[in-house]
Ligand binder design. Structure first.
Ligand code: CAA
Length: 257
C-alpha cells in the first residue's frame, strides 16, 4: 500500500503508522483520515500483527481537524456528511494501539490520542482542545473521553479555555501513561507494543474490550461484562498454558488459541 499522508511500516509483530503531512502539522484532512483508516484496516486483519503504534513527527502528533477544509462547511453540510464519523475507526480497533506523541496533539489530534489504548509522550508533547478559540468545540469524542480520563475539573479547564498543557501535566492528570525524553519516544512505544504483541492475543483483545467497557456504560454493566469476558478466557489453551507455566516456573508459549 502506498499513501501520501501516512507512512506505514512494520517491525516484527508491530504495525507502525506515522501521520505525515509536515507542512500542515499533520492536520487531519479527509485524505489523511481515509489513509489512516486503510492502514488500520490492514493491520487489524493481519494475523501477524499483534499491536499498532500510531505516531506523528517531532513537531506534531496532529494539530487537529484541517481548519482549511472545515472553513467552508455549513451546519447542513455536516448533517449531510458527518466527516468526523470516519475518525471513530481508530476507537473500534480490537488490537491495542499505542500512541507515541511528540509536539502538538491539539483538537482532533488530542482526541485521536485519547482513542488509543496507551499514550506515551515525549517531553516535548503538548496537549490541548483549542476548538473553543475557533468558536467551535471538540467534535471527535474529546468532551466525553477527556472527561472520563481526567475528570470534570481539568476537562472544563482545557475545553473552555483552550489552553495547552505540557507532557508533565498530561501525565499527572492521566492523559498519558509515560513521559520519556524525545529521543527515546519510538523505542519506548515499540517496546510497549512488542511486549503486548508477544502475549496471548485472545486475552489481550478481551482485556482491552473489558477496560473500554468501563468508559462506555455504567459500573454494573461494566462489571458484568468483565466477568463474562474473564470467564470466557478459561476456554482458551493460552490461559491453561499461562497458568501452567507460572506454576512450573517457566516462560509460557502462547499460540493464540
Ligand atoms: N488545520 C489546517 N492547517 C493547520 C492546522 C490545522 N488544524 N494547524 C496548523 N496548520 C498549518 C498552518 O496553517 C500552517 O500552514 P501555512 O504554513 O500554509 O500557513 C502550518 O500548519 C504551520 O502552522 P503554524 O505556522 O501555525 O505553526 P506554529 O508553530 O506557529 O503554531 C500551532 C502551531 C499552535 C499548532 C498552530 O498551528 C495552531 O494553533 N493550529 C490549529 C490548532 C487547532 O485549533 N486545532 C483544532 C482544530 S478544530 C478540531 O480539531 C475539531 C474537532 O475536534 C473535530
Amino acid at each position: 500500500m502506498s499513501f501520501e499522508t501516512v507512512i506505514v511500516e512494520r517491525q516484527a509483530a508491530v504495525g507502525i503508522i506515522r501521520l505525515n503531512r509536515p507542512k500542515a502539522l499533520n492536520a487531519l484532512s479527509l485524505q489523511l483520515v481515509a489513509e489512516l483508516n486503510q492502514a488500520l484496516d490492514a493491520f487489524e486483519t493481519d494475523p501477524e500483527i499483534g499491536a499498532v503504534v500510531l505516531t506523528g513527527s517531532d513537531k506534531a502528533f496532529a494539530a487537529g481537524a484541517d481548519i482549511r477544509e472545515m472553513q467552508p462547511l455549513s451546519y447542513v453540510d455536516l448533517l449531510a456528511d458527518d466527516f468526523v464519523a470516519a475518525w471513530e475507526r481508530l476507537a473500534r480497533m480490537t488490537k491495542p494501539v499505542v500512541a507515541a506523541v511528540a509536539g502538538f496533539a491539539l483538537g482532533g489530534g488530542c482526541e485521536l490520542a485519547l482513542m488509543c489504548d496507551i499514550v506515551i509522550a515525549a517531553d516535548t508533547a503538548k496537549f490541548g482542545q483549542p476548538e473553543i478559540t475557533l468558536g467551535l468545540m471538540p467534535g471527535a469524542g474529546g468532551t466525553q473521553r477527556l472527561a472520563r480520563a481526567v475528570g470534570k475539573a481539568k476537562t472544563m479547564d482545557m475545553v473552555l479555555t483552550g489552553r495547552m498543557i505540557d507532557a508533565a501535566e498530561a501525565e499527572r492528570i492521566g492523559i498519558v501513561s509515560r513521559v520519556v525524553p524525545s529521543a527515546e519516544l519510538m523505542e519506548t512505544a515499540l517496546a510497549v507494543a512488542t511486549r503486548i504483541a508477544a502475549l496471548s492475543q485472545p486475552s489481550v483483545r478481551l482485556a482491552k474490550e473489558a477496560v473500554n467497557r468501563a468508559f462506555e456504560g455504567g459500573l454494573a454493566d461494566g462489571i458484568r461484562t468483565e466477568r463474562r469476558l474473564f470467564q470466557s478466557l478459561f476456554a482458551t489453551e493460552d490461559a491453561r498454558e499461562g497458568m501452567a507455566a507460572f506454576t512450573e516456573k517457566r516462560v509460557p508459549h502462547f499460540r493464540n488459541r
